[in-house]
Design a protein around this ligand. Structure first.
Ligand SMILES: Nc1nc2c(ncn2[C@@H]2O[C@H](COP(=O)(O)OP(=O)(O)OP(=O)(O)O)[C@@H](O)[C@H]2O)c(=O)[nH]1
Ligand SMILES: [Mg+2]
Length: 448
């Protein structure tokens, strides 16, 4: 399959000033020569050239760049055609290279070849894919470093440590006539504990900053009529949600993407929470609770112009219930109206007072600072579920290796250590891989 020469349009579909068509594989240069009616292309040189289809009709004049393998992204011969933008030209060039013997690439197939040919490891491939979809400048910075091998280096150091511990104990096991001396066991245990701690820290840092990678999700909750939809509209700068003075206006969950500071976040407007007496309302309440569970940050609204009541009480109990695992921002809205609200109930949560009809400046600041503090530290972070699961499994194996070590069952100890090494290695370079690779690279963009 790697003998095939693959082709794809690498730029986004639609109108743009340039479209790039990419070829990778043995026949790349040949195909490019056929399209251009030329006899050669200099390596890594941008040549302006006409392109003709298989009927010798002119399609476009394009910049052609030839990267000779192994000095290319895939380590194979690559040719890139930079054509004039628009779907038609790109499709014609693509159809012609297919007619000349290339095959349409699968999504992610260029990156997969780069991996299979040893140009990049899996963490670098995942960073490339994620960088394309990065939701914030901070995420992009982390991913750019991973693309350059930062996570790979970290994982390889851990794997080396595990290998050293295993090698050390195995040498000793081979020479020991009797049981391993206790001080040696203690020493190995200590090294394993240090590694476990390091991995757990990385795992925790990654999970607490998951929003940074996937994009933060922010839910707006509050009793009916407090101004949740009004707030959403202010943040979006347009009237997305229907706003009215009738309680229960929003019945369905509304979700929109908005840029706050340097972050692209998803805002979720929910139906007001109240004791339900009709079926639709009850579904609405359920949705608010689900929205809280699915979000990273929750904005809870209270109404300055009304008295604190049972419905507010319900919101407060939800805040108490989830305050450990979610970040909350508490707002008292409608400050332009006469105050009837008893602030003392929510004083513990340092509420922000505002009138969201006017502006939401303070809220935007609070949101930004929550999102920004999630990445002040420079800890290593895992960026995919695949990586997180591998680390979890490795931690489990390390844990299970300790018990037989203490009991001098050294073969079982070695077994779990080997499993841990295998789990850690799978993050950068899995042992048996084809199915997993298909799944992973299948999520990539076409042409990447
Ligand atoms: N005076 C004043 N009125 C506001 C303010 N914010 C919202 N309102 C009004 O309050 C009413 C309810 O606003 P919505 O945004 O529909 O409230 P909601 O929380 O989405 O209500 P439900 O969807 O019914 O749960 C509307 O008439 C708004 O114009 C504010 O800051 N000051
Ligand atoms: Mg609403």
């Amino acid at each position: 399959m790697m003998d095939d020469t693959i082709a794809a349009v690498a730029t986004a579909h639609g109108i743009g000033s340039i479209s790039i068509i990419r070829l990778s594989g043995e026949k790349s240069l040949d195909i490019a020569l056929q399209l251009s009616h030329k006899t050669n292309f200099s390596v890594r040189y941008a040549s302006l050239s006409p392109l003709y289809n298989q009927d010798n009709e002119l399609i476009d004049e394009a910049i052609v760049i030839y990267f000779k393998g192994p000095n290319s992204f895939t380590a194979e011969d690559i040719v890139e055609f930079q054509c004039h933008g628009g779907k038609i030209v790109a499709e014609q060039v693509l159809n012609t290279v297919l007619a000349f013997g290339a095959r349409l690439a699968e999504p992610g197939e260029f990156s997969k070849r780069a991996f299979l040919n040893g140009r990049i490891d899996l963490t670098e491939a995942e960073a490339i894919a994620a960088l394309i979809e990065a939701k914030s400048e901070d995420a992009a910075k982390i991913l750019a470093k991973q693309m350059k091998g930062e996570l790979k280096g970290y994982i390889e150091t851990i794997r080396d440590d595990l290998l050293n511990i295993l090698a050390y104990s195995e040498v000793t096991i081979d020479y020991a006539e009797e049981d391993l001396p206790q001080d040696l066991i203690d020493q190995i245990l200590q090294r394993l504990n240090t590694l476990s701690l390091q991995l757990s820290d990385t795992l925790q840092a990654s999970q607490s900053r998951a929003g940074l990678m996937q994009g933060f999700k922010v839910a707006i909750i509050g009793k009916p009529n407090v101004g949740k939809s009004s707030l959403l509209n202010v943040l979006l700068h347009y009237k997305r949600a229907i706003v009215s003075d009738i309680a229960g206006t929003t019945r369905d969950t509304i979700e929109e993407e908005v840029k706050i500071g340097t972050h692209l976040i998803r805002m979720v407007d929910t139906a007001g929470i109240r004791e339900a007496n009709d079926e639709i309302e009850r579904i609405g309440i359920q949705r608010s609770i689900e929205a809280i569970q699915a979000s990273d940050i929750v904005i809870a609204l209270f109404d300055n112009s009304r008295e604190y009541d049972e419905e507010d009480e319900k919101i407060l109990s939800l805040i108490k219930e989830h305050k450990v695992e979610k970040s909350f921002i508490i707002l008292v809205n409608k400050m332009d109206l006469e105050s009837k609200f008893d602030n003392s109930k929510i004083m513990d949560y340092s509420p922000i007072e505002l009138s969201c009809k006017d502006n939401a400046r303070e809220l935007i600041q609070a949101l930004s600072s929550i999102m920004d503090t999630k990445n002040v530290s420079d800890e290593m972070m895992l960026i995919s579920v695949r990586q997180v699961n591998a680390v979890k499994q490795a931690l489990q194996e390390i844990h299970e290796a300790k018990i037989p070590l203490e009991e001098q069952e050294l073969e079982i100890f070695s077994f779990h250590m080997n499993m841990a090494i295998k789990d850690i290695s799978s993050i950068t370079r899995p042992f048996e891989h084809s199915e997993m690779l298909d799944k992973m690279f299948g999520n990539f963009c076409l042409g990447k």
